[in-house]
Write a protein of this length. Structure first.
Length: 603
């Protein structure tokens, strides 16, 4: 067996040592949940009768307690393209469960908001907090104690982390995630980006922009760029929580249907009454979390996971931080280029060999832990193969070589020697920067800053010609405690225009940028945030700021020691944002996962 890469091994050992007390407490709780917690055999007759009253043909089996009952937690709605296919999944899952001698019920639904719909709007202030809302909704769904297994239907940005965080508190149950797949490719992402920049410059109108956007986002399934939603799917593969190769098979295909069926059969086989018990809390261990980070880095995935991975880990009693990301990034080569880091989308990535090729390459190089408990039959080796239909059956086959060297490359000849997500430290705080989509000559930007407190003011300054210079655009009071930490992806076209005009431009913010972070260098998730006594609150227009992804620093030459911090803007109201004040007030830092829920729970 391949020896583990020394840095991956060292980071894993550090995570294990750091997590030892909290992980032991978590596993002890999960053991007690199984042995003495509330479960179906312990329900009273009244409890149980309520639980199967409307279960139709499955009533007798559920009543007997002799077979696994699978709880379906679904993020279905038909407004979001990614989740629209889930509408008919519960019936298909119930049929597949009966085939395996089990039953299934919809345990509950969770909200599923779309950052694409709310981007740049007031609703984006609720985006990050929707993750914890989803986790809480998942816990409520599973609290009925009617279930011995969990099928999670979710795919997009905050939804998969939220489902996983909630399910991990029921980690004595076997669980897996069932994806729905990406939409077929539409308008090329580079063309979409070009039209957006033309619109930002006033060279095309709303009609042309809407036509381009509609040609890009055009059918059922996830968006095809490699943002947070598709990074979620990658992570679930490298953590072993999908059926192998399920991530990027298109909706509505026979293979997609058969993978869903196989997932339900597999879930029925890994329950606690059998000889292959695989509880979620044991699957998500320190090695699985390190694997998630390695996969993220090797594929140039979403910066949002610098927040989500620490939160997921905490729910399983595991502690990771940005030092771990930074150390792993130095060791893990970039072997995939998917838009916005390349020209092809996730469909092109999948056709080139996709996750099977990536996982096989990383395993052979000792960059992924092979010996993790997955929901598949053996270990992570199963995920180094791709699913195909042979007659009516799903089979798995190896992908020994890349089918497109412009999309996927071997570890021995990568696109870049490192993973391209780096930790910056300095007198302005700690933050992350994604360099994998940024040309190397822009990894260092030093310029006078222009300070803003919302992205609309940035766009007004851009349209007024006030940013036609080398500039570091600082957008502060965008952290979780200030306004919920919205993405600032709306700024991408304008900043891209400035860069294309020859100016040296960077963004610095305590907010998020996007899973689609692109060609403009962006120092994001700055912590401490401005609303929590962070140094960004003391910056003034004209202060020289240096973003240095080579040295790993974020700093200013200005003397901030005698300055008063800018006043925090009033809390956001309207669009329901006032209801989430308790989440803002109680939130911890981005590096810890930006969660009031986990902090309040003592995790």
């Amino acid at each position: 067996m391949t020896e583990m890469h020394e840095i991956v091994a060292a980071v894993t050992e550090r995570v294990v040592a750091r997590s030892r007390p909290s992980r032991a407490a978590y596993l002890d709780l999960m053991d007690r949940q199984r042995e003495a917690g509330t479960n179906r055999p312990n329900l009273s007759c009244g409890n149980l009768a309520h639980g199967f009253a409307a279960s139709g043909e499955d009533k007798a089996v559920i009543r007997s307690g002799e077979a696994m009952n699978i709880g379906i937690v679904t993020a279905y709605n038909d407004m979001l393209s990614a989740h629209q296919p889930y509408g008919r999944y519960p019936e298909a899952i119930k049929i597949a469960a009966r085939e395996a001698g089990a039953t299934a019920q919809v345990a509950g639904g969770v909200p599923a908001m779309c950052d694409g719909v709310t981007q740049g709007q007031a609703g984006m202030d609720l985006s990050l907090f929707s993750r914890d809302t989803i986790a809480l909704s998942t816990a409520i769904a599973l609290s009925h104690a009617m279930f011995e297994g969990v099928a999670m239907l979710g795919i997009c940005d905050k939804i998969v982390p939220g489902l996983l965080i909630g399910a991990l508190r029921f980690g004595h149950l076997p669980a897996l995630l069932i994806p729905a797949g990406p939409m077929p490719s539409g308008l090329a992402n580079k063309e979409k980006q070009r039209i957006r920049q033309l619109y930002a410059e006033g060279k095309v109108g709303t009609a042309e922009l809407l036509e381009a956007e509609s040609a890009s986002y055009h059918d059922a399934g996830t968006c095809t760029f490699y943002g947070t939603a598709n990074s979620n799917q990658m992570m679930m593969e490298v953590m072993g929580l999908h059926m192998p190769g399920a991530a990027f098979v298109n909706p509505g295909t026979r293979l997609r249907s058969e993978l869903t069926r196989a997932a339900v059969h597999r879930l029925a086989a890994i329950g606690w009454h059998g000889d292959d018990y695989r509880p979620l809390g044991r699957c998500v261990d320190e090695k699985a979390i390190v694997n998630a980070i390695v996969g993220l880095l090797a594929t140039g995935g979403s910066t949002n996971h610098a927040i989500h991975v620490p939160a997921i880990a905490r729910a399983a009693g595991i502690v990771v931080d940005w030092e771990d990301f930074d150390a792993l990034s130095a060791a893990v080569p970039l072997i995939a280029r998917v838009y916005p880091n390349g020209s092809g989308d996730v469909n092109d990535f999948h056709h080139a060999g996709g996750m099977a090729y990536v996982i096989h390459e990383l395993l052979e190089a000792g960059l992924l832990h092979r010996d993790v408990m997955t929901v598949a039959r053996s270990d992570l080796s199963d995920y180094g193969q791709e699913p195909v239909l042979v007659g009516d059956a799903v089979m798995w086959q190896p992908v020994p070589v890349t089918r497109d060297n412009a999309m996927l490359r071997p570890v021995a000849a990568p696109f870049a020697p490192d993973g391209g997500m780096r930790l910056l430290r300095g007198n302005l705080g700690r933050c992350v920067i994604k360099t994998s989509a940024v040309v190397e000559e822009r990894w260092i930007i030093e310029a006078p800053c222009a300070v803003f407190e919302n992205q609309d003011d940035v766009l007004r300054a851009f349209k007024a010609g006030q940013l036609e210079r080398d500039v570091v655009v600082v957008v502060r009071f965008q952290g979780p405690q200030a306004n919920g930490m919205p993405e600032l992806h709306k700024l991408t076209p304008a900043l891209g225009v400035l860069q294309d005009r020859g100016f040296r431009v960077a963004l610095v913010t305590d907010g998020r940028m996007s899973g689609a972070s692109g060609k403009v260098p962006a120092a994001i998730h700055v912590t401490p945030e401005a609303a929590n006594n962070g140094a960004l609150a003391q910056l003034q227009d004209g202060d020289v700021v240096r973003v240095d992804a080579v040295a790993g620093t974020l700093s200013t030459s200005a003397d901030l020691s005698s300055r008063l911090a800018a006043r925090t803007p009033p809390p956001p109201v309207g669009t329901g944002r006032e209801l989430f004040a308790f989440m803002r007030h109680g939130s911890d830092s981005a590096e810890q996962g930006a969660s009031a829920m986990l902090l309040a729970a003592g995790l």
